[in-house]
Ligand binder design. Structure first.
Ligand SMILES: *Cc1c(COP(=O)(O)O)cnc(C)c1O
Length: 323
């Protein structure tokens, strides 16, 4: 028996889909559309709200009363989990990788505002810290529920399988390609799962924001194959994935000049705010492939905006004109 995922309501769906006419004109085609998962609503939104509607359905079925998850100090996933916990009346404990920042800003500030407990740990200590927290909560008679970093599990992927269906239902045009940022690869896996289950011709193109091609591919296939088994679909071979690793720069959360220019371009042509960690890099990649002539003028491509704007407010002076 395949478990049917249930879903609770945390955000605003379907998210808007609209055309970026100024950007399309600026680039000389193709027609560029944007899917606004930055507008999922809950505490400034983002792609984790869509995942959490499925993940937390599982948590509630299991009668969880404390959510524990992991992320960078700058994590959007941690902030959205904290917000979801607040709405559902659950406790939330975040294990954040890195040193505690001197200044509370960006997502780290919002975690605090949303009432989550946080503990910072170096990456080699993260697993132990999570295990210890789970044990401590159990000793207090509580029922903690662990969410992997970025919501990287089958529920997160199924959320984006349904997200792809949502996009197809909205679009009154032929979708030729969909672009998304790859962090843990769950969103990408879900979109590929959606495409495969509908046998849709769109190409799903993932732009890595940190990991190598090999690492991303492993992360994606782990949840994609689980989803394909569940749905009775043929497993996608690694060679069918379209992953671009050339836009990472010096690493995760590390900006570079073209990233700044791209964030400014979207702000100044469309009033759209991209973030410096994920969607900015994904946009750099998409615009570069357009410039390379990968798409014809009349084709339709969709940029999946996955959120992240709170990180425009963490040590972001490099985005300013004067520096
Ligand atoms: C987490 C996140 C991503 C990456 O999603 P994955 O499913 O982990 O690949 C992309 N964009 C933003 C803004 C995010 O917070």
């Amino acid at each position: 028996m395949t478990p049917t995922p249930s879903r609770i309501s945390l955000g605003f769906f379907p998210t808007p889909l609209h055309e970026l006419k100024n950007l399309s004109a600026h680039m000389g085609g193709p027609r560029i559309w944007i899917k606004r998962d930055d507008c999922t609503g809950l505490a400034l939104g983002g792609n984790k709200v869509r995942k959490l509607e499925y993940i937390l359905a599982d948590a509630l079925q299991k009668k969880a009363d404390v959510l524990i998850t992991v992320g960078a100090v700058t994590s959007n996933h941690a902030r959205q989990t904290a917000a979801a916990a607040a709405v559902l009346g659950l406790e939330c404990h975040l294990v954040l990788i890195g040193r505690p920042p001197e200044v509370k800003q960006g997502n780290y500030l919002l975690d605090d505002l949303l009432g989550a407990k946080t503990v910072c740990a170096p990456s080699r200590m993260v697993d132990d810290t999570v295990a210890r927290l789970i044990e401590e909560y159990r000793e207090q008679g509580k029922n903690p529920y662990y969410i992997p970093a970025g919501g990287h599990n089958i529920w997160g992927a199924l959320a984006y399988k349904d997200g792809f269906q949502e996009l197809v239902d909205q679009a009154d045009f032929q979708i030729d390609a969909v672009f998304n940022a790859i962090g843990t690869g769950t969103t990408h896996a879900g979109l590929v799962l959606g495409k495969n289950s509908l046998q849709h011709p769109a190409e799903i193109i993932g732009i890595s924001v940190g990991g190598s091609h090999t690492w991303c591919s492993e992360q994606i296939l782990e949840v994609l194959h689980e989803g394909e088994r569940m749905l009775g679909l043929t497993p996608t071979p690694a060679t069918d994935l379209h992953i671009e690793e050339g836009y990472v720069g010096e690493g995760y959360t590390r900006p570079y000049p073209e990233l700044r220019e791209t964030i400014r371009l979207l702000a100044r042509t469309e009033g759209i705010l991209l973030d410096p960690v994920y969607t900015g890099k994904a946009m750099v990649g998409m615009l570069d492939l357009i410039r390379q002539g990968r798409f014809a003028r009349e084709q339709n491509i969709v940029f999946w905006h996955t959120g992240g704007a709170p990180e425009l407010f963490t040590n972001s002076q490099y985005l300013c004109s004067l520096i």
